[in-house]
Design a protein around this ligand. Structure first.
Ligand code: IFM
Length: 479
């Protein structure tokens, strides 16, 4: 894992609705998830993020906990309805102040703040006007994005527009599993375009006002594996890849939607939209959890699950991370630096005598980090890894039933307990850094000439600064 490099950023990720709680505090407006969770049968036990991990109040302790894990970076999202309750018009000073305090608190502890603007909590007021199905929402998003970039951009290590637009479009508007709960494929396709358009408009607005931090987007991605070598399985796997990965990557990097995605209704795309969407990114965030197994031949063949499955029922398939990343490098020229912005597993964890023995999670992370190191060795420019998630939290329609955290949360008391995986992650990062520092020292002394040692610490022995993933302002205008 040393192969991941010394300037590799080690982090954890969360999102606002999943941890903050305090949904009606300090002027926050309602979001589509508040509404959705109230509708009967939408979420397990009707649970919502109303309290979640109470992070809005406990943020300082949570930041201290992140620091205690020895991490370089923390990825969080900004709740649009907290900072602009109606999604347009007036901003909420108390909401903006919260993120100011969070960012400053992270920086004081040497942790690089990586923010995401949209992690699924659309202001309900915009949903009432048609939500992401309404093209105007894209323009409101750009205004919101620009306000945040102006306010926080000088201190952020990165700012992503969207988290997993596929989920918003397909799970929210085609399958109805997520808010707002629609089941209309044509609407979902249009929503996917409006999300990408909103990304492009936001990028353009933030660049125009001189955003000081690297800007990008976060996509959930998985390779697809045909169950057999049959023509039907291979074709279906290719179509699925076009729907899941290329539907977002092609517009962003090639300026067009794939024609072979098996989509019945293509979205309305207006002149100039693609140019906005295709504007250069400073980084690409990739969220990886599993692969997509495609079996169309009869009888259907189940995925092998050789390394088991997670509590979500997702196959553990670490090689898929390397295969995906190497594939992207070959399929798209001029990819920007990549961050693994999410990777992790839900596990049926239990707290006993103050301990959570989650060896399965340790194995999951170790194997994915090994795959990542292989991808890097194969030439993929990967700069950091964020475990999903810092702590157990609200897993959307699954409520609180699925535990993804490195830290166990007792929701009745809000007590946080480091799981075995948290201790392992902290120790692994420390060991990788130590090994890297020793290797650098060895290199330096190989190259040293007499006298070099006089005069204090070399770069290799100087106190390490938090790794940023090495994105520099020069790269902030990649392309
Ligand atoms: O919890 C989610 C997160 O909000 C987005 N990516 C996947 C995670 C696990 O399902």
């Amino acid at each position: 894992m040393r192969l991941l490099g010394r300037d590799f950023a080690w982090g954890v990720a969360t999102s606002a609705y999943q941890i903050e709680g305090a949904v009606d505090v300090d002027g926050r407006g309602p979001s589509i998830w508040d509404t959705f969770a109230r509708q009967p049968g939408r979420t397990v036990n009707g649970e919502s993020g109303a309290v979640a991990c109470d992070h809005y109040r406990r943020w300082a302790d949570d930041v201290a906990m992140i620091a205690g894990l020895g991490l370089d970076a923390y990825r969080f999202s900004i709740a649009w309805p907290r900072v602009q309750p109606q999604g347009r018009g007036a901003f909420n000073v108390k909401g903006l102040d919260f993120y100011d305090r969070l960012v400053d608190g992270l920086l004081e502890r040497g942790i690089a703040p990586h923010a995401t603007l949209y992690h699924w909590d659309l202001p309900q007021a915009l949903q009432d006007l048609g939500g992401w199905g309404n093209r105007d929402t894209a323009f409101h998003f750009a205004t919101y994005a620009d306000a945040i970039a102006r306010r926080l951009g000088d201190r952020l290590a990165s700012l992503a527009t969207h988290n997993e637009p596929w989920c918003t479009a397909v799970l929210g508007h085609e399958i109805g599993k997520f808010a707002p709960g629609d089941r209309e494929p044509q609407l979902a396709a249009q929503v996917s375009h409006h999300l990408l358009l909103s990304h492009g408009l936001a990028m353009s607005a933030m660049r125009a006002s001189g955003a000081a931090c690297p800007l990008g987007i976060v996509l959930n991605q998985s390779g697809t594996t045909p169950a057999t070598d049959s023509a039907a399985d291979r074709a279906a796997a290719a179509t699925e890849y076009a729907r899941f990965v290329r539907w977002y990557m092609d517009p962003l990097f090639l300026g067009r939607y794939p024609v072979d995605a098996g989509i019945a209704h293509y979205p309305e795309v207006r002149d100039g939209d693609m140019a906005l969407i295709q504007a250069p990114l400073d980084f690409l965030g990739v969220n990886f959890y599993t692969r997509i197994w495609v079996s169309r031949d009869r009888p259907e063949r189940p995925a092998p699950m050789a390394l088991g499955q997670t509590d979500m029922g997702w196959e553990v398939y670490p090689d898929g991370l390397r295969e995906l990343l190497v594939g992207l490098k070959d399929q798209y020229r001029d990819l920007p630096p990549i961050f693994i912005t999410e990777n992790g597993m839900a596990n049926a964890d239990t707290l006993a005598d103050g301990r959570v023995a989650d060896q399965a999670r340790i194995d999951y992370v170790r194997r994915h980090l090994e795959a990542l190191a292989q991808a890097k060795a194969a030439g993929v420019d990967v700069r950091g890894y964020f475990y999903w998630s810092l702590m157990d939290n609200y897993e959307w329609d699954s409520g609180y039933a699925k535990r993804f955290g490195l830290v166990h949360v007792d929701y009745a008391t809000q007590q946080r307990t480091l799981k075995d995986s948290a201790h392992w992650y902290r120790d692994t990062i420390a060991a990788v850094r130590h090994e890297g520092a020793r290797a650098d020292q060895a290199d330096a002394s190989d190259q040293a000439v007499p006298g070099d040692r006089v005069g204090g610490a070399s770069a290799a022995t100087a106190a390490p600064a938090a790794a940023t993933g090495g994105m520099t302002p020069a790269e902030a205008h990649h392309g």
